[in-house]
Design a protein around this ligand. Structure first.
Ligand code: SAM
Length: 242
């Protein structure tokens, strides 16, 4: 018995459907693979428009050269960790430190220590923020900070000073000792030297992170903190695991 006209149409429709689905799945996979390129392109666009983006980002009127998507992640980490002490090296105009202090205000605990080699005028004053002047790796600064931390306190570290590899690596070795297990050492601006911006920078934070991890197994990279696709700190969210 031959196929009815109805059945022929149904078979043809099913074949066409399979074909269309096959094409759509391939297109979807292709665009999924290139999502990395899309975020790199957006990263370039964002980074190379500083006058409207990172150089023009303020918290309560004070400039911070951080990406708002990272600042949101910092808020999430602060809420989870509830640190007693947050250390930010390279505090510059203090907008970042002020932001951290404001989040700590809402949480109801914690102090920020901002370190910078330069004396910057007109920084925000806040009862939770203490500014220290000097190199983040100098014995005096490291000694002062260690005096400010009481035994048992939860410590979070954000490194944002000199972005050359030897300095960052030295900072990481020193400041990793202050970080408490379960907390984070965040290494900022690891996006430079081609990760993906400023390809000609030379070895910087990204390379320091990977050298540090080769020598130290107490930390692991928490890629989940880069969930918003754009982060100035690729591979820079380091969780202390032991
Ligand atoms: C990229 S800016 C920091 C931006 C700031 N954290 C913010 O959120 O806006 C880098 C800062 O690091 C400081 N710096 C450079 N070398 C340093 C060092 N050895 N120790 C401490 N601070 C340093 C600079 O003076 C500058 O203010």
């Amino acid at each position: 018995m031959g196929l009815s006209q109805d059945n022929v149409f149904r078979k043809l429709f099913r074949i066409a459907n399979y074909g269309l689905e096959f094409i759509l799945v391939r297109l979807y996979n292709k665009s999924f693979q290139s999502s990395k390129d899309i975020s790199a392109k957006f990263h370039w666009l964002y980074y190379y428009s500083p006058a409207r983006t990172w150089s023009n980002t303020r918290w309560m009127g004070y400039r911070t050269m951080k990406c708002p998507l990272d600042l949101w992640v910092y808020q999430e980490i602060l809420y989870e960790i509830k640190p007693d002490i947050v250390i930010e090296t390279g505090t510059n105009e203090g907008g970042g430190a002020y932001y951290l202090a404001s989040v700590l205000d809402v949480i109801g605990k914690g102090q920020v220590i901002g370190v910078d080699i330069e004396k910057v005028e007109n920084r925000p004053t806040h009862e939770r923020v203490t500014y220290l002047q000097g190199s983040s790796t100098s014995n005096d600064i490291v000694h002062n900070i260690s005096e400010m931390i009481e035994p048992g306190q939860v410590v979070l570290v954000i490194l944002d000073s000199d972005h050359n590899m030897p300095h960052v690596l030295k900072e990481m070795k020193i400041y990793s000792q202050f970080v408490t297990t379960g907390s984070y050492m965040i290494v900022e601006d690891s996006n430079i030297n081609g990760h993906p911006i400023m390809p000609n920078w030379g070895y910087g934070p990204f390379e320091a992170i990977h050298e540090f991890l080769r020598q130290n197994d107490s930390f692991r990279i928490d890629k989940d903190r880069e969930k918003f696709y754009l982060s100035f700190n690729p591979d820079g969210y380091l969780k202390k695991i032991s």
